[in-house]
Design a protein around this ligand. Structure first.
Ligand code: CO8
Length: 258
């Protein structure tokens, strides 16, 4: 029996590791991969025990984009009926923090997938890019929007209009990558950061994620109002009382998500 194209592991309590597993196709995102990613992220988002998710590929490729062979002969109506944009939304709607651990290629839909995550940790030799124009299309998984919001118009245009790839260092310098790690340590570093997040109050983490993301789409005034409501809500949580009591009593807090 062949292994599923997306694997779900639980390396530590509270942490889920979702691994794209199509090495023979450089982890190209066919519909099956995208459906499984959407299903896992939806279920993990609803799972009370999951505090942080790490999304990764293998040492050669995070994901080399949408599956070109699966799309090559499709027409407009077929693409419309596939409705794969709904699968992207299921991933970006995950309320839990998601860390992309990127080694190798993150191209096209693979770069877009990394950009749906909250934190991107990249290996030194990782390669990013939106090369869709080279095959007669444009980014279709949020690349023209999320990339531009992350790095600004002129950097985004430089890469979206040429399809040139860029290194992890360039991605970091542009603000697309959160942290660079030695290739062999990317997953370990992502898991360590996931543990750090998992040890905090899940209520605070969820409100923080929501405030940052919703604020990106709003005016500063609206974003600030959202943030104010979010911090006020947290004052009715036990975690807030525990966190502040622990600080005052000079001990480690025990957050329970209540
Ligand atoms: N789709 C399908 N198969 C792929 C893909 C892909 N994206 N990428 C690699 N493969 C396959 C190759 O065809 C090859 O298969 P085979 O062994 O059967 O010939 C195998 O993976 C290994 O690939 P290479 O021999 O090319 O490996 P290299 O290490 O030499 O190169 C690269 C790796 C640089 C990643 C190269 O394969 C490449 O350029 N791939 C295509 C990258 C690309 O153009 N990505 C963008 C795709 S379009 C997209 O993502 C649009 C998103 C829109 C989503 C929304 C839709 C509505």
């Amino acid at each position: 029996m062949t292994a599923p194209v997306v694997l779900l592991e639980h390396p530590a309590a509270g942490i889920a590791l979702v691994r794209i597993n199509r090495p023979e196709a450089r982890n190209a995102l066919n519909i099956e991969v995208r459906r499984l990613l959407a299903r896992h992220l939806t279920e993990l988002g609803d799972d009370e025990a999951t505090r942080c998710i790490v999304l990764t590929g293998n040492e050669k490729s995070f994901a080399a984009g949408a599956d070109i062979k699966e799309m090559a002969g499709a027409g407009t109506i077929e693409m419309l009926q596939r409705g794969t944009h709904k699968l992207w939304r299921a991933i970006s709607a995950c309320p839990k923090p998601v860390i992309a651990a990127v080694n190798g290629f993150a191209l096209g839909g693979g770069c877009e997938l990394a950009m749906t995550c909250d934190i991107i940790i990249a290996g030194e030799s990782a390669k990013f890019g939106q090369p869709e124009v080279k095959i007669g299309i444009i980014p279709g998984g949020g690349g023209t929007q999320r990339f531009t919001r992350a790095v600004g118009k002129y950097k985004a245009m430089r890469y979206v209009l040429t399809g040139d790839l860029f290194s992890a260092r360039e991605a970091f310098d542009m603000g697309l990558v959160s942290e660079i790690a030695p290739d062999a340590e990317v997953e370990q570093r992502a898991l360590a950061m996931a543990q750090q997040i998992a040890d905090l109050s899940p209520l605070a983490i969820q409100q923080a994620k929501e405030s940052v993301l919703r604020g990106l789409d709003a005016s500063l005034e609206t974003g600030l109002a959202l943030e104010t409501k979010a911090i006020q809500i947290l004052f009715s949580s036990q975690d807030q009382k525990e966190g502040m009591a622990a600080f005052i009593e000079k001990r480690k807090p025990r957050f329970q998500g209540k």
